[in-house]
Design a protein around this ligand. Structure first.
Ligand code: THU
Length: 139
């Protein structure tokens, strides 16, 4: 993936963080999902007074894309941290989001953890969720 695309994804995830609805945790997460067509679909976490109703930023972006008719993805950027300030650490995706990613993305799928446009860590889905149970397992 080109540096320019990685920066654009990082920037979009940082911008999407500003939309997070997180009055309970005050932990704001933004994501930017690159589709195979080259579009960027963003997401943020949406919390709920009944805490179990909360949706993570990663799944928000994936579900938005699926609902818009797109199922092929090329990369995901994630930025998270205390609401209102720049991220102080990298925010890895939770286990449920890793599993949902495995539903639509292969083990080489790149996941960028973002502190700023230039401060990034890069993993593959296979590194974050090895030996995944996915659609292929069910035949
Ligand atoms: N959160 C995400 O949006 N993505 C993750 O991968 C980790 C956690 C959200 C859920 C909740 O709103 C807040 O961060 C604290 O857990």
């Amino acid at each position: 993936m080109e540096e320019e695309i990685k920066r654009a994804l990082a920037s979009a995830a940082l911008e999407a963080r500003k939309q997070a609805y997180c009055p309970y945790s005050h932990f704001a997460v933004g994501t930017a999902l690159l589709t195979a067509d080259g579009d960027i679909v963003t997401g943020c976490n949406v919390e709920c007074a009944s805490y179990g109703g909360t949706n993570c930023a990663e799944r928000t972006a994936i579900f938005r894309a699926i609902a818009a008719g797109t199922r092929n993805f090329s990369a995901l950027a994630i930025a998270g941290g205390v609401e209102g300030v720049e991220p102080e650490a990298f925010c890895p995706p939770c286990g449920i989001c890793r599993q949902v990613l495995a539903e639509f993305c292969g083990e080489d799928f790149p996941i960028l953890l973002v502190k700023s446009e230039r401060e990034r860590q890069e993993y593959t889905l296979g590194q974050l969720l090895p030996a995944a149970f996915g659609p292929g397992v069910m035949g």
